[in-house]
Design a binder for this molecule. Structure first.
Ligand SMILES: Cc1cc2nc3c(=O)[nH]c(=O)nc-3n(C[C@H](O)[C@H](O)[C@H](O)COP(=O)(O)OP(=O)(O)OC[C@H]3O[C@@H](n4cnc5c(N)ncnc54)[C@H](O)[C@@H]3O)c2cc1C
Length: 453
């Protein structure tokens, strides 16, 4: 064996998964086709759950630093730092579960540092992946052998195709073409027009329109598009860093085939509306990493790994659902205009506003556990403030860098399977390494400990 787990792709999800595996005592090997990180500024924000997941591993300060500039950029480009649903910028984020405004290249730098010491082989494009009873053989130039492989190789995942995963879903309704543009003369105001939406923030511009419209290319094609949508006779002198993305929504049914798993965009694609892809993908990695570690150590049986799909598929499905709804609200037309007005009015109601905030943050997700339990069991624990018997205060994330399970309690006896922190200000809580609450004082603690550890 060349490693315990071969991770295909050194994007954010692959890097985080590799670090989680290492923390769980496994030996990962990352194979990445690019010779240098992509630098493409796709994502500009990290949802609350992903922010908390990275904080739990000691990356909170780096995120907080990046957030200062990221928040300024957000205000410049969108004229608001509020959250949005289908570009209706009215959502007041839950201040107790903060997201991070960080550009994706900066996030990838933070994660690459976090994964330092792990073998990341760049310039290694995976072209074959075969699973058998003992392990997986992966080809990237030469062949590599490991107990498991995880495809973290993005929306067009090669591993997904090689391992024969079906990828059902819906094709693109809308397509966005965006880039940095230099105009000569008048530029129309951004907003919704009869045939599509003109986006503009700083020097970044874009058009969102039905995917069935002809595809433009270059400055001339983009100018023709802006003219067609806005009716303004624009001249585009330069159009750089062109990016195009659709809102196809697809998800694999089972995140595992034999010894091959998928995580991140490889397992699910959807429109970027509401900035949820990384929240989803990084949480896949957080969920899978410690479980693979436990099976590789021999602490848990193979079947334990089935909880990965059971927990993460519904989380992905929920994002596909809300991004499809956002696409419906972003489509052009008078009927959609009317619907948008009604949704915007609903967002003025505090309860509805909170509903949208929770929906986009994913904080409403609750895993279904194999023993009777009620909320908050199955939910991701926020970064609680903790107080010990001497009155000393700390934050939950200060106790989670080991990647082990954690029992917060006033009096339960220590258990060698988890770390124990004595606290006086919360009820007892058992947390899994991915920050999910496994027990909260209801029913026997042993059942929860035996299930997860
Ligand atoms: C315009 C836009 C805006 C977005 N905004 C947000 C946002 O604000 N918030 C948010 O959370 N998400 C956002 N997203 C989504 C987010 O960018 C993705 O969800 C995220 O990049 C997924 O990470 P990943 O690691 O799964 O895949 P990727 O980032 O695609 O990384 C995959 C890696 O695998 C490598 N690879 C591919 N094939 C192979 C192969 N055969 N062999 C070896 N390596 C391979 C690639 O080179 C790449 O490095 C946005 C997306 C877009 C397009």
């Amino acid at each position: 064996m060349d490693a315990d787990v071969i991770v295909v792709g050194a994007g954010p999800v692959g890097l985080f998964l590799a670090a989680e595996l290492k923390l769980a005592g496994a030996e990962p090997l990352v194979l990445e086709r690019r010779t240098t990180p992509s630098g493409e500024p796709k994502s500009r924000g990290l949802g609350a759950l992903a922010t908390e997941a990275l904080r739990r591993r000691g990356l909170g300060d780096r995120l907080a630093e990046a957030d200062v500039e990221g928040t300024k950029d957000l205000a410049r480009d969108h004229g608001s730092t509020r959250g949005h649903f289908a570009n209706i910028f009215k959502i007041t984020p839950d201040a107790s579960r903060p997201r991070t405004n960080i550009w994706q290249p900066e996030l990838e730098r933070v994660l690459a540092e976090h994964a330092e010491g792990i073998r990341v082989l760049r310039g290694h494009e995976v072209t074959a992946c075969e699973s058998d009873v003992d392990g997986v053989t992966v080809t990237a130039g030469r062949t590599w052998r490991a107990r498991y492989a995880v495809g973290c190789d993005g929306g067009r995942s090669t591993v997904r195709k090689l391992a024969g995963f079906a990828f059902p879903g819906t094709p693109a309704l809308l397509r966005t073409v965006a880039g940095q543009a230099r105009f000569a003369g008048d530029v129309p105001p951004p907003g919704r027009y009869a045939g599509g939406t003109f986006l503009r923030g700083g020097s970044m511009v874009g058009i969102t329109e039905p995917a069935s419209n002809p595809e433009p290319a270059g400055a001339a094609g983009f100018a023709a598009r802006v003219r067609r949508i806005t009716g303004t006779d624009v001249v585009v002198e330069e159009f750089r860093e062109e990016r195009r993305f659709g809102d196809q929504a697809r998800q694999v049914g089972d995140y595992r085939h034999g010894r091959v798993f998928l995580a991140g965009d490889a397992a699910h694609v959807h429109s970027p509306s509401g900035g949820q892809g990384l929240n989803l993908g990084l949480l896949d990695a957080a969920n899978l990493g410690w479980k693979l570690g436990a099976v590789l150590r021999g602490d848990k049986p193979e079947a334990f790994l089935d909880t990965y799909t059971r927990e993460r598929h519904p989380a992905g499905e929920a994002v596909l659902r809300n991004t499809r709804a956002q696409s419906a609200l972003l489509a052009p037309g008078a009927h959609v205009d009317a619907l948008r007005e009604i949704v915007a009015e609903l967002m003025d109601l505090p309860e509805a506003n909170k509903y949208f905030a929770d929906l986009l943050a994913g904080t409403g997700i609750r895993y279904d556990f194999p023993y009777p339990a009620s909320a908050p069991v199955g939910e991701h624990c926020p970064d609680l403030e903790l107080v010990d018997a001497e009155g000393r205060k700390s934050r939950l994330h200060e106790h989670t860098c080991t990647g082990r399970g954690l029992l917060l309690t006033t009096g339960h006896p220590a258990d060698p399977r988890v770390d124990v922190v004595r606290v006086t200000n919360t009820g007892p809580l058992l947390l899994r390494p991915d920050g999910v609450i496994a027990w909260a004082g209801e029913g026997p603690l042993d059942v929860a400990l035996d299930t997860w550890f």
